[in-house]
Design a binder for this molecule. Structure first.
Ligand code: CTP
Length: 401
């Protein structure tokens, strides 16, 4: 049974597709999952809670103030227990509430409290689905790390034909199995990931930084967590939510990042330096706001420490744990292979993930990346793929090593 030992929460909002979710709950239970169903009060008009209670073997919850249950705070206890929470069908109304953090029923309250993997399967009339408001809410949820399942197109219950149909229960079941039944091939490993853009202060008001959003580093940390690793996420400035399930450590400048990485490097089996670290910082930092004067301003910059190179030096001195794997990134705009190979040698690491900022869909801010994985004896050019798939390929390659 693929899902034994796993707890799955299924949220049901008021859409006609709720009838399909009965099959999903039944499949999950047959595969050994412990399933709890939470319905919005209006969803009960479409399928009776008794159906889900019979299929799941658990009380179907929809009343936040139900006093007839064993004494624990239900939305908190379920949120803590869950390995995955899927809302299917997710109506426009429930998506809007979840995107804003509104908690006015048991479903939305538990959704906000839960820190597990989250999926929503939007299902509604095409006009409602394509409306800019719904699309913005979907983008917001994606930004918070919620996985949004693309609705199918076809004949809708309202008579329209178009996008907004909830995928078949078999498809939702496969998504849940794919997410939960992942091989725990990083179990017992300690992984340190850096991400984001460092900030080098000039004065209390200004700093020098770069365009990194931290998306790639966050995808790497998420992948490592899902494969069973114990993950420390050392982050400079990021614009994406912190990945769930990691120990998060904040560092603002290159100097702080150096300290945080070095303090933890000895206990890491795998270190991945995805942060975009400043190479220079202002030599003198003014303690007061620098006032403008007539004419140009010249700021003297000094080099920061190269953290990856420091790790490489430690290794050359035989001061790193046996078998530790160190992976750096390389961002270039030309001569990708040559420059990245030089970084691999100079910084004495095991692998460089190289990307060319000028390639379509690669680099800062995109959800995709196009990378070449460079080791001492190989260079594997990957296709354009999601950053999550790049993260998967990186760990597959590290484990082969
Ligand atoms: N890096 C680092 N410390 C720095 C600069 C970079 O640890 N002060 C790491 C990055 O996290 C990345 C790798 O070194 O893993 C390569 O970074 P990149 O910016 O591509 O190259 P640089 O070494 O800075 O060289 P250049 O800017 O000249 O390309």
């Amino acid at each position: 049974m693929k899902l034994s030992g796993k707890t799955v929460l299924i949220g049901i909002s008021a859409g006609i597709a709720a009838y399909k979710t009965c099959y999903l709950v039944s499949h999950l239970v047959q595969e050994g999952a412990e399933v709890h169903v939470i319905m919005t009060p209006n969803a009960r008009h479409f399928v009776d809670p008794l159906t889900f209670e019979t299929l799941s073997g658990n009380r179907c919850i929809s009343d936040t103030f139900d006093r007839d249950f064993e004494f624990d705070v239900k939305h908190v206890s379920l949120a803590k227990k869950a390995d995955l929470f899927m809302v299917a069908p997710a109506t426009a109304d429930v998506l809007a509430k979840m995107a804003c953090g509104i908690c006015d029923d048991m479903l939305t309250t538990t959704f906000l409290a839960a820190g597990c993997l989250k999926y929503v399967a939007p299902a509604m009339n095409t006009g409602m689905y394509l409306n800019e408001i719904t699309q913005k809410n979907i983008e917001t949820l994606k930004g918070y790390g919620v996985n949004v399942i693309e609705p199918a197109s076809g004949h809708l219950a309202c008579g329209d034909v178009g996008a907004g149909k909830m995928p078949e229960p078999e498809q939702l079941f496969d998504i849940i199995c794919g997410a939960l039944a992942r091989e725990q091939d990083l179990a017992g490993k300690s992984v340190l990931v850096t991400a984001g853009a460092t900030q080098e202060a000039m004065d209390p008001v200004r700093f020098i930084t770069n365009h990194s959003t931290g998306k790639m580093g966050a995808a790497i940390a998420k992948e490592a967590v899902e494969r069973g690793a114990s993950v420390t996420f050392v982050k400079a400035a990021t614009t994406v939510p912190d990945p769930e399930g990691c120990k998060v450590v904040k560092a603002v400048s290159a100097a702080e990042l150096l300290d945080e990485v070095m303090a933890r490097s000895d206990s890491a089996d795998i270190i991945i330096m995805a942060a975009a670290v400043a190479d220079y910082r202002p030599k003198n930092v003014s303690s007061d706001k620098m006032k403008k004067k007539d004419g140009d301003l010249t700021i003297e910059l000094e080099r920061t420490a190269d953290i990856l190179a420091e790790l490489g030096k430690k290794r050359a001195d035989g001061k790193t744990p046996e078998g530790q794997f160190v992976c750096g990134f390389s961002m270039e705009t030309k001569d990708l292979l040559e420059n990245s190979r030089a970084k691999l040698d100079k910084k004495n690491c095991d692998m460089i993930v190289a990307n060319n900022l000028k390639e379509e869909g690669a680099g800062f801010g995109h959800d995709t990346n196009k990378v070449t994985l460079i080791t001492r004896d190989s260079a594997e050019e990957l296709e354009l793929m999601s950053k999550q798939d790049v993260a998967r390929a990186i760990f597959d390659r590290i484990l082969q090593h």
